[in-house]
Write a protein that binds this ligand. Structure first.
Ligand code: DX5
Ligand code: ZN
Length: 223
């Protein structure tokens, strides 16, 4: 089943509560929250207090994408703030397995992300321990970029590995995704779709989400 996770990075930050309600009403179950520290990526977004405030208003599943150095330092804080899923970057820590174990030990879902230049094979040893792998389809740091087509093959490699090894694995894609290029990603094996600009900047977010679901049902992954 396809899960759409609208990224609030493209929302109006002066009224985040309303923006979350807008996409929830439009049919999104997840909310993608991009945390950036200005070190792992060249941008700063928002952090723990903002997520904790939103948690009081929203019932959506909080899909928190940590683009921060040494995320293990803050895992318990993000869990307390209300994250339902924490994604750490493979490139952001010296011991990604330890960070992922800490997330699972805190009782929520854990995911590992890779940047466009990181080979899919690098995270094979971690896949049995995670709920989701995130393939970045742009360089992390900014919304509104164009999808890098070469990243799509990594989705296929990860899905094939999961199927061959009997792993239940969500595969998320993030960056530059629209209803038009979505079929390329679902055909390759992605089932959790992050979209910021395509949803929050649309006149009718519900129509975009409906179109994404329609496209995904026409172009599913086939092993
Ligand atoms: C980029 C973030 C993305 C971003 C996606 O570093 O991880 O989640 O907000 O935005 P769009 O869909 O506009 O590319
Ligand atoms: Zn993201």
């Amino acid at each position: 089943m396809l899960i759409i996770s609208p990224s609030v990075l493209a929302a109006d930050f002066s009224k985040l509560g309303e923006e979350l309600k807008k996409v929830k009403d439009a049919g999104a179950e997840y909310i993608h929250l991009d945390v950036m520290d200005g070190i792992f990526v060249p941008n700063i977004s928002f952090g723990i207090p903002v997520i904790a405030s939103l948690r009081k208003k929203a019932t959506a599943f909080f899909d928190v994408h940590l683009m921060i150095t040494d995320p293990i330092r803050y895992i318990d804080d993000f869990v307390k703030a209300g994250a339902d899923l924490l994604t750490i970057h493979y490139e952001s820590c010296s011991d990604p397995a330890a960070a992922l174990r800490a997330i699972k030990a805190a009782g929520i879902k854990a995911a590992v992300a890779i940047k466009p230049a990181t080979p899919a094979e690098d995270i094979f040893p971690l896949l049995a321990e995670v709920d989701m792998a995130l393939v970045m389809t742009v360089e992390p740091g900014f919304g509104g970029q164009k999808l890098i087509p070469e990243t799509i093959e990594k989705v296929r490699v990860l899905r094939s590995y999961a199927v061959a090894n009997g792993l239940t694995l969500d595969i998320q894609v993030d960056g530059g995704i629209t209803a038009e290029n979505l079929p390329l990603l679902t055909e390759a094996g992605a089932n959790v779709i992050v979209a910021g600009s395509a949803i929050f900047r649309a006149d009718d977010p519900a129509a975009v989400i409906a179109e994404m679901n329609e496209q995904a049902s026409k172009h599913p992954y086939q092993a």
